[in-house]
Design a protein around this ligand. Structure first.
Ligand code: SIN
Length: 303
């Protein structure tokens, strides 16, 4: 069965992508994601200059999920451009995730990344691990609108805006992103959380807190997708605890056109993309649907 789907004008061969976060800092790794069945790949978030991130420990497994506080380690946009060009030469559809602290930095990075030939940009406004940085403004609808609008004006490719679940109401923020010209909403980034080692009597992560991902946040992410789908017309990219075909279908029924998978890769390996695609296909066959798009938003009862 054909699992291809359009998202913001991009035709993807399958509705699964990797989630930016703990993976995606080299072309060969992203290539493996694509070779495992993903419809496109998403880079680790790139900043205007290189950044070492937090010191170890930066990742810890917790009940039903993973906590990470990487601190956005990355080589910087300019340094990563050759990796992006390599992926494009190999025919891999690439979404470049990026962040910045000021509007001019956002604009400069958006220009450089679109000129490198990426297929879309993912605006990361929602990393919970770098408290106080002005670019991480997903909780403030006005700032989301301002940054999105500047990036939309500066780039020639679709803009995906990645939002945080840590807000009282996510739908009005998604609406502001849409008004500013966003082409899709990514819902959602991780939830700020922590772990303590009872023997050492200290927080486990060097950063004390980290972003919780995986099965623990799936119902929260699903609710966010649902609420955003009620509020905007642009496509939604579901993200948060998707581990198998059934999870993927639930996000699509809630309104997601495509899905980002991160924590499940850490646990299951790269084969998870192919397996989730297969699970979606089996569901479509079981219920007599002919294409993936037929189930997007179906649970709202208004298709
Ligand atoms: C990190 O690098 O700390 C995680 C990235 C993110 O949550 O956006």
């Amino acid at each position: 069965m054909d699992l291809s789907i359009d998202v913001a004008g991009l035709r993807l061969r399958a509705p699964t992508l990797n989630a930016s976060g703990v993976l995606g800092m080299s072309a060969p790794l992203l290539r493996r994601v694509y070779d495992s069945g993903a419809g496109a790949v998403v880079t680790k978030s790139l900043g205007p200059s290189s950044r070492p991130g937090h010191i170890n420990p930066t990742v810890v497994e917790v009940d039903c999920g993973l906590l990470n506080a990487m601190g956005l380690p990355n080589p910087g946009v300019a340094e990563f451009l050759p990796e992006l060009r390599e992926l494009k030469r190999e025919g891999v559809p690439v979404v470049a995730s990026f962040f910045a602290s000021t509007i001019p930095e956002f604009v400069e990075s958006a220009r450089a990344l679109s000129e490198a030939g990426v297929d879309a940009l993912e605006l990361n406004l929602s990393c919970p691990n770098i408290g106080g940085e002005p670019g991480m403004c997903a909780a403030d609808a006005g700032s989301v609108e301002k940054v999105t609008s500047a990036v939309v004006d500066a780039s020639t490719v679709p803009i995906f805006v990645k939002l945080s679940p840590m807000v009282a109401e996510i739908a009005p923020i998604a609406e502001k992103a849409e008004e500013a010209g966003a082409d899709a909403i990514v819902a959602v980034n991780t939830l700020k959380a922590m772990a303590i080692d009872a023997d050492f009597k200290r927080p486990i992560l060097s950063n004390v807190t980290g972003g919780l991902s995986g099965a623990a946040i799936k119902p929260v992410a699903l609710r966010c997708v649902w609420e955003i789908a009620e509020a905007v017309e642009i496509p939604i990219i579901g993200c948060g605890g998707i581990s198998n075909g059934r999870d993927a279908v639930e996000f699509m029924l809630a309104g997601a056109s495509v899905l980002e998978i991160g924590t499940a890769v850490m646990k299951e390996g790269f084969k998870v993309y192919g397996e989730i695609n297969k699970g979606i296909e089996e569901y479509l066959k079981e219920y007599g649907f002919s294409k993936v798009g037929d189930i997007v938003g179906l649970a709202h009862g208004r298709q």
